[in-house]
Design a protein around this ligand. Sequence first.
Ligand SMILES: *Cc1c(COP(=O)(O)O)cnc(C)c1O
Length: 391
Amino acid sequence: MAKAIYYGKQTIDQRDVDAVCEVLHSNLLTQGPYVGRFEHDLAAYVDAPYAVACSNGTAGLHLACMSLGVTQGDEVWVSAISFVASANCARYCGATVRFVDIDPTTGNISIEALEQMLAHTEYFPKALIVVHMGGNSCDMQAIAQLCQSHSIAIIEDACHALGSTYHNEPVGNCRYSDCCVFSFHPVKTITTAEGGMVTCQDPKLAKQLRQLASHGISKDSDDWSYPDPAPWYYEQQTLGYNYRLSDLQAALGIAQLHKIDDFLQKRRAIIVRYRQALLDNELVNMQQITVDSSSAYHLALIQCTNQKIRQKIYQALAHNHIFCQLHYIPIYRQPYYRELNSTEFNEYPGAEAHYQQALSLPIYPTLSIDEQDRIITVIKQTLCPYLQIAN
Ligand SMILES: *Cc1c(COP(=O)(O)O)cnc(C)c1O
């Protein structure tokens, strides 16, 4: 039986194993020197002044919302197509979530839909959370322009987009946003098993993020409300969480980040091959990438002309032990959000179209050419009878 292929997978080599083992043999498994080093390396990579490590991308999104003051009574607007964590982080803060439609050709928030919502709303959101779908950067300049006059904070959910660029600058530098959040889950560009990072430009925001990720505790005497010279003194100043990354994970992250150029190059080569093989017909399309940008290609997103073609492709691949995914079911369709918002699905034509058409084909650095050929052959065979009808 042929080896099963999944849509995503981590790439681990001996250097990663050695890096983790070194920490295991050291004195500190957490809160040692590696977390700071990883933060430093990642900040340098995305060209951001500050980076705060955290336990996962979801925690990073929660920290971003909290640090930007999102609270009960606020609204947070979220791209309708994303992983549920992009919306849940606002709910953790007690805010109401409203969804913004997407452009099904890019998978990203629709600038027109956002503009319309802003023009017709009575109540402006505290924050907007945009998602760089599959690594394809949103048009951040246009988004920032729309949000600026209403003082809406912008959070980039860049969990797919480590290694992506926008206007020839790295996603994560926060030129057009307040915070940018990365995830190091095994399917993402680099992994720490579980892990995340929030980048920002504002030193006060960075301090907030750091404090909230560690119980709300401050060890900096300049910040204390009741200064005390005792060497054991510290203050808990706000209600924070234990959202820290461990040194074990950070060491893995540092080792992984060294290899990111190779990972990205392999992902891009896979996309080139999919494009060459699949774009010769009108039944299948591939995600359109924002101008002057490059994607880290977390996903190999295709769009099928209709649900039936997609279902056939999915089933034929699954029959051959190749397992695709749909990224994502529109968040407003989840029972939890249906109950809260009583959404009319037809308010989101872009997200509904995406939901009918999208499929994520396997992509990860170690996917071999033979394996990719297996995938392409199955898709081609599946499309064949429909092409004849179409002609
Ligand atoms: C992976 C992911 C998250 C959550 O990251 P975790 O590290 O798994 O918590 C959030 N948003 C998007 C778009 C993601 O893909």
